[in-house]
Structure formats: structure tokens, C-alpha cells
Design a protein around this ligand. Structure first.
Ligand code: GLU
Length: 288
């Protein structure tokens, strides 16, 4: 099978150093394997979306030399596919409607675990839909973080696949689209390591292929906090891509590239000298 990797940002802010690391890491792995690198815009959470962020990211990536092999897949255009997956889960009795309020959930330890909703059904209000998670322990081998095990019921509980507002969850949309795009390896930040067993379970229920996974350490700030789009993100400057690209390569523990190279030559050099075995393993890594 031909290697297919992807970068799948959410348009909740500007491209920052952490997302550049995920983009560059996934690009290097894909190109090194002689495979394809695809882009997916995860724009299915309108309340969290920042107007203009998707367009800004798509303008920024080529400035960093990161060009996708196919047109961008927009999740906002894929609702029919999520509807179909959701109907399949509903037809096989894997999901249940939930009318719990926030306070009822807090009282239940923040999670549902018994495959049903304790709140009274309210036909006047749309429910959230939760997946019935069994008491099953899932294992997978992460190419960077090593063997992983998670009990789905203990760690995730009956997690939401469709929200009260009708939006599909990241977990559902992600597995449907990783399969649709034929992704063979997911390279992303280790903040999503915990989500992976949920995704593997959904893949099994939906009869979808499970890709392999490589979770890169998170980029932490000097205080050891995760850099995220919503907090202390350092946006990278697409008008001056070289310093951030060099820093991202250093974070990925790849050999330094000679000075005075332009973006394309820098990437060509980085790819020619790319060593997956040097990628950092620990789950948090201070890089800035
Ligand atoms: N859209 C997610 C984010 O920006 C990443 C999804 C993924 O790579 O699976 O955090």
C-alpha cells in the first residue's frame, strides 16, 4: 500500500510553531516513504472557528514549502459522510441519545459509563448522541511513544459522537476522513495520543482500516505548558519562514541544514538527511 500521510489542522487560530512541527513532521515522514501528503481542514466546530483562520493557514503552508498532493478536504463539506457513519452506528444500536445537563454529568464524574442516559428524555430538546463503550482494553503500538493500552470505558466513557447542536465530534469525523483519504500513517501531536483508542474503536465499529500512528512530542513553552492555538501560541511568520523551519527541524532532532538555503532547498536537504529514528520520543519536549 502506498504511504499516505496528512496534516489536519482546525481553523481555530493562526498556524503556530506546534502546528508547524506537526505539518513538517508528517510531511517529512510521507516524503521519506515516497508517499503522498494530504491536507484536511477540520472545520466542523463553528463556535470555535476563527474567521479567516482556515484561509490564513492555507496561504501560510506553501510559504513553508509544504505543498499537498491533492486539493484540501474540507470537513464542512463532508456532513453526508458523517451522517452515513452515524446512521450505521445508530442502526447497530451503538449509540444512545443523552439529555444530561452539565451538572448531571459532573455528578456522574464527568462521564457516562453505563450505556444509557439517566436524565429524562425531553422531546422538545435535541439530545447529544453518545457511543456505548464496552469494558474493553485497546492496545496499539505507537511508532514513537511505544506500546499503548487504554481501557475505553474507564478513560473515555460513553463519549459524544454528535453534539446537542448537531455537530459531529472530532473523533467521528477524523476516522471517517482518515479512511476516506486512505491515510496509512497518522503523524500528529501527542495531545491526541489519548484519543487514538477511541478512534481505533470507531474504526472497528464502522469497518474501517486502522492506520499506524506516530505521535510527536508536544512543543512546550519555557514553563512546560503546551503551546496551543488558544493559549500561549507563538504564531509563525509566513513572510519569514526560514527561522521557524530551522527551529522545527531542530525540534524534530534532525541534522542542521546549511545556512543560506532558501525554503525549497532547505526542505530538499532536510528530506535527503531525514532520519525517522532521530525523531524525539518523549511525550513532552521543550523546544522553544
Ligand atoms: N484538528 C486537530 C487539531 O488541530 C488535529 C487532528 C488530527 O491530527 O487528528 O488539533
Amino acid at each position: 500500500m502506498t504511504y499516505r500521510g496528512r496534516f489536519a489542522p482546525s481553523p481555530t487560530g493562526q498556524l503556530h510553531f506546534g502546528s508547524l512541527v506537526a505539518a513538517l513532521g508528517s510531511w517529512l515522514c510521507a516524503r521519506h516513504a515516497g508517499g503522498q501528503w494530504l491536507l484536511r481542514m477540520e472545520d466542523i466546530d463553528p463556535p470555535r472557528e476563527v474567521p479567516g483562520a482556515a484561509a490564513a493557514m492555507l496561504t501560510a503552508l506553501p510559504r513553508f514549502g509544504l505543498l499537498a498532493d491533492a486539493p484540501v478536504l474540507w470537513q464542512s463539506q463532508r456532513i453526508a459522510a458523517y451522517d452515513a457513519a452515524f446512521e450505521r452506528l445508530r442502526a447497530t444500536n451503538q449509540v444512545f441519545p443523552c439529555w444530561c445537563s452539565r451538572s448531571e454529568l459532573v455528578a456522574a464524574d464527568g462521564m457516562h459509563r453505563d450505556g444509557r442516559c439517566v436524565a429524562a428524555a425531553d422531546p422538545a430538546r435535541a439530545p447529544a448522541w453518545r457511543l456505548r463503550t464496552p469494558d474493553v482494553t485497546l492496545s496499539f503500538d505507537d511508532a514513537l511513544q511505544g506500546p499503548q493500552r487504554q481501557n475505553l470505558r474507564d478513560s473515555a466513557g460513553d463519549f459524544v459522537v454528535r453534539r446537542v447542536e448537531g455537530f459531529y465530534s472530532y473523533q467521528l469525523a477524523c476516522v471517517v476522513d482518515d479512511a476516506h483519504q486512505g491515510i496509512t500513517e497518522v503523524v500528529r501531536g501527542s495531545d491526541l495520543l489519548e484519543s487514538t483508542p477511541r478512534q481505533i474503536w470507531l474504526q472497528r465499529l464502522l469497518g474501517l482500516h486502522t492506520p499506524s500512528y506516530r505521535h510527536l512530542p508536544l512543543v512546550l513553552d519555557a514553563q512546560g505548558h503546551k503551546l496551543s492555538k488558544s493559549t500561549r501560541a507563538l504564531p509563525v511568520d509566513p513572510a519569514d519562514p526560514l527561522p521557524a523551519l530551522r527551529q522545527a527541524l531542530a525540534f524534530l532532532q534532525q541534522p542542521a541544514v546549511p545556512a543560506a538555503l532558501g525554503v525549497q532547498d532547505l526542505l530538499t536537504h532536510a528530506l535527503a538527511h531525514f532520519k525517522p529514528a532521530l525523531l524525539p520520543h518523549c511525550s513532552g519536549h521543550s523546544g522553544v
